[in-house]
Design a protein. Structure first.
Length: 382
């Protein structure tokens, strides 16, 4: 009888676990190393992306289908039209790159421009939120991410991230790891997505790495998006600023200062890592000013001070009850410990656990600026 009760309890526990994983995870992630390409910044803007785009030209209909699946608004369409009317004036070389990508792929320029401002328009994109308790909020988020900076016992700094974005499996392979070259030398590596000229994840050869996490502040999505679009010309899209800094900044300190002060089109989190002890930070940004700087400050007397973990909420505030990836991420990091966790392999393991990796996770990247090492994986949901 005792044996039978044990078996029944085991079956009930198994069913609960299966039910939980089905309700919250929705799939099992399969990681595939990203393909690698080179983007030569010495080439004219109209030619820089041709090598990459030529490998994915056949995916143009899938990109259009994805665009058509997103929620859109007539006012946003009008705003995009105004941007396109002065694309080169507002965006310079980036505008020329977008135009050439649209021409080469045979996709309407408006679609390419809109997708390139997906961050600013994220709340209008029909994205589904991450959920860790089975409930669904009234308003979904288009982006969600986890970034971690960790320092090992020898004081080397590592940087890992998951990008969670509502991207279907059939276009997740459009994200690749690219070396950006100038004067014949690689100046930074980053995750590039066919058709998208900004950078959400990158590592400079000048000794730092940067990731962008979406910052959700509530408010009216339409008003937020319009304010962002109409601030172009005197403010940076976060993904464009990240690319600019990866291209031009000569040190971790210079990159950090620019991320703290440049005007932005949207609030965001910049997560940065460097090559020296305690060179790690979460830069919480409003559009026009710095909201908070959370710096790595490793101390043997402060438990778990060896890492910083950022999802999509201000670190000094509670998270939304339906999305507590912060709790799970901290639990996993503290369980694995500094010796094993502050490594590229350790971060890969933590970023692979539910709910840090979930059915929205499009890719995982790992960076070690001191060693000029970067590894990236497309994540497929099955």
């Amino acid at each position: 009888l005792h044996r039978e009760l044990e078996m029944k309890c085991y079956i009930v526990q198994l069913l609960v676990l299966v039910s939980l994983s089905t309700a919250t995870l929705g799939c099992s992630g399969h990681a595939v190393p990203m393909k690698k390409f080179t983007v030569d910044l010495d080439m004219p803007p109209e030619e820089r992306w041709i090598e990459l785009i030529s490998h994915y030209n056949s995916s143009a209909p899938l990109i259009v289908d994805y665009f058509n699946s997103l929620e859109k608004n007539e006012v946003i369409r009008d705003a995009i039209e105004l941007i396109m009317a002065d694309l080169d004036g507002l965006l310079g070389d980036l505008g020329k790159e977008m135009r050439s990508i649209a021409d080469y792929m045979g996709i309407d320029l408006g679609i390419i421009v809109t997708l390139n401002f997906a961050y600013e328009l994220r709340k209008l994109g029909g994205g589904h939120p991450n959920t860790t308790n089975g409930t669904t909020p009234s308003q979904g988020l288009g982006f969600a991410c986890t970034s971690i900076v960790a320092q090992d016992e020898d004081r080397a700094v590592f940087h890992g991230r998951n990008l969670d974005w509502n991207i279907p499996n059939d276009i997740r392979n459009l994200s690749v790891q690219a070396d950006f070259v100038k004067n014949g030398e690689v100046i930074f590596s980053g995750v590039a997505t066919a058709g998208f000229v900004g950078i959400l994840t990158g590592m400079s050869r000048s000794g730092f790495s940067v990731t962008i996490n979406e910052r959700d502040l509530g408010g009216d999505p339409l008003v937020d998006a319009l304010e962002a679009l109409f601030s172009l010309g005197h403010a940076w899209s976060p993904t464009h600023l990240a690319r600019k800094i990866l291209t031009t900044a000569s040190s971790y300190s210079e990159a950090l200062e620019l991320l703290k002060k440049e005007l932005l089109t949207a609030p965001t989190y910049f997560i940065v890592a460097g090559t020296q002890p305690n060179q790690g930070a979460v830069v919480t940004r409003d559009r026009n000013l710095l909201a908070d700087l959370w710096a790595l400050n490793v101390s043997p007397t402060v438990p778990n001070s060896w890492y910083l973990l950022e999802t999509n909420y201000d670190h000094w505030k509670p998270v939304y009850p339906y999305d507590n990836r912060r709790y799970y991420g901290n639990k996993y990091m503290q369980s694995i410990g500094q010796k094993d966790g502050a490594t590229m392999q350790g971060l890969l393991e933590v970023l692979g656990y539910w709910p840090i990796q979930n059915n929205l996770t499009a890719y995982t990247s790992l960076m070690y600026p001191e060693g000029n090492r970067m590894e990236s994986y497309d994540i497929y949901c099955f």
